[in-house]
Design a protein around this ligand. Structure first.
Ligand SMILES: Nc1ncnc2c1ncn2[C@@H]1O[C@H](COP(=O)(O)OP(=O)(O)OP(=O)(O)O)[C@@H](O)[C@H]1O
Ligand SMILES: O=C(O)c1ccc[n+]([C@@H]2O[C@H](COP(=O)([O-])O)[C@@H](O)[C@H]2O)c1
Length: 196
């Protein structure tokens, strides 16, 4: 069994995340792709929406895809979400599964800075996808990551959660940048609106 994990802050989840998961599934015949919001992301700003809201938006986003699911393990664990801790836990729970961690080009270049990356690279492979503004420089990765980063082609989409939060705050549309159900969730809850 091969399972892809698409981890992210998902504040909010957008179609770039979904396309990356689908591209990885298609390229490497993954049985499932689990989308996993982090609790506190290791190397960036804390999320604006709560863990529960980000989990709920993620569930809305993947609804309808038979191979997509949501993993709540990091939000439930709390604290800073280091991937090495999560993978150790998942491998104990599912010893027969091969896990692949799906990341955008920005994260591929940043991999050497991840907590416990040498051990992580012994445990799993990564699947990298292209992202506008970031060059994939696989030959510059350290030796322990060589052959550990597979590539999947996806239509390049210049979308970020930052852009979506800014659009909501400015009262501009986010339709089709996020799935309709996520759009409705954000509107219903007044997420990312500027407080008067
Ligand atoms: N448009 C995109 N194309 C390809 N990969 C993406 C895209 N947006 C995000 N990713 C990847 O998805 C993962 C989770 O990203 P994250 O939740 O931090 O979204 P983000 O849009 O980068 O957020 P923010 O703008 O808040 O920093 C990361 O591996 C990131 O590289
Ligand atoms: O474990 C780490 O040191 C580490 C450092 C940076 C990012 N990650 C994971 O990579 C995924 C994408 O990160 P981000 O910051 O773009 O949301 C998310 O699941 C993070 O927990 C993990």
């Amino acid at each position: 069994m091969k399972i892809g994990i698409m981890g992210g802050t998902f504040d909010p989840i957008h179609i770039g995340h979904l396309l990356a998961g689908e591209a990885a599934r298609d390229a490497y015949a993954l049985d499932h792709v689990w989308f996993m919001p982090s609790h506190i992301p290791p190397h960036k700003h804390q999320a604006g929406a709560s863990g529960t809201e980000r989990l709920e938006m993620t569930s809305e986003a993947v609804a309808g895809h038979p191979a997509f699911g949501v993993l709540d393990i990091e939000v439930l664990r709390g604290g800073v979400s280091y991937t090495i801790d999560t993978i150790k836990e998942l491998q104990e729970l599912h010893p027969a599964v091969d896990f692949y961690f799906i990341i955008g080009a920005d994260m591929v270049n940043y991999l050497p800075h991840w907590q416990g990356i040498e051990e992580l690279a012994q445990r799993i492979c990564f699947i990298g996808v292209r992202r506008p503004g970031f060059q994939l420089a696989l030959n510059e990765l350290p030796h322990y990551l060589q052959n550990k980063v597979l590539l999947a082609d996806m239509p390049v989409v210049d979308i970020s959660s930052t852009d979506i939060r800014e659009r909501v705050a400015e009262g501009r549309t986010t339709r089709y940048l996020v799935p309709d159900r996520v759009h409705d969730y954000i509107t219903r809850g007044g997420l990312y609106e500027v407080q008067p």
